[in-house]
Design a protein around this ligand. Sequence first.
Ligand SMILES: Cc1ncc(COP(=O)(O)O)c(C=O)c1O
Length: 402
Amino acid sequence: MTDYTKFLSATGRQLTESAIRRMGTVVAQTGDVVSFAPGYPDASLFPWTELREIGTGLLDGHDADALQYGPTRGYKPLLESALRVLESRSVRATLEQIIVTSGSQQGIDLIARVLISPGDVVLVELPTVTGAIAAFRNAQAELVGVELQDDGIDLDHLDEAWQRATRAGKVVKLLYLVPNFQNPTGSLLGLAKRARVLEWAERRDVLIVEDDPYGLLYFDDVATEAETRPIAADDRTGRVLYLSTVSKMLAPGFRVGWMKAPQALIERFDTAKQSTDLTSGILDQHIVHEALRQGVADRLAPQLREVYRHKRDVMSQAIRARLGTRLTWSTPKGGFFLWATLPDGCTDTMLLERALQHGVIFVVGSAFHVDGSGHNTIRLSFSAPSPDRIEEGARRLAAAFG
Ligand SMILES: Cc1ncc(COP(=O)(O)O)c(C=O)c1O
């Protein structure tokens, strides 16, 4: 047997598999499991009819570009649609300032590859998204976690982290943030804090990576669209690299997102993307452009908000009824996730083991913490399972506690 480890590069050796992807394999192997693990959208909400019509029209052969190689920067009509979407969220940009990416995950990866040298510091929320942790780690960044408060990142702690790293002679390059209904905690960064974060980044000469897949998934019983105003909307000096995606508002199978950033950086991202995939799926880009042009996403958004809000309520009520004395959590104002704290003496991995035996899974909270903490937390996604399955999952979770 050949030992392939000797062929691995330094990066290849330290690659870590996402805890969430691993959970996907567990579900595939174990049959009847209620999965609160991945943040998948509800597939019954994909606009199948409209997409089928658009897809059929594009594949009738009248436009060879629909299946041809396309520009790395992106299919131009889609870039123009993306500018309009950005504008609807008060983010102004020119064609030179955006690039289509294969989902926002590729945007994060391009940023890590183009901007991070080994040892550079990236400040992240504690906890934060596993995909971002993986991308920055692969680029050998040093990840430093900044505590969260009820209204998002703790600004005092943020500056202390910057000062500590700078005193130690390190270069703090980026602050990676998910201001809207954060993955994994569901937290919403307060409007006043957004302005202060931007001011801080300018003062400390740090770039902000603003990742915003959930901004339009606010639940209007407790949040408004105005509260999700992107930090990028008030960026006058090119501090913010803003990532957007159609994954949660149309379908993640498209692998289409876009990044707005200063032109000088977009040119570098374009070059880096050339050696990754030449272009994001061109048929995907055509379909997404057409769906945006026809207003499919705009029409769908209110329904998504309503259905996910209902599922949030079903999960909160089921958890309160069955696990109210064991878990503590705050009700999310949007997005896909309910973040819960475990009782003393119970750890995330211990509970997951028992939960699996009872046919329910979630993601362990420690997977989202860059400092090895968080073993007293778990992330429960309410987005994909039906209301009945959410209730059943809560029943199984309660059984796992014994
Ligand atoms: C905050 C955040 N960023 C990025 C991603 C990846 O999104 P995409 O499908 O656009 O690559 C996710 C997916 O769940 C996410 O929650």
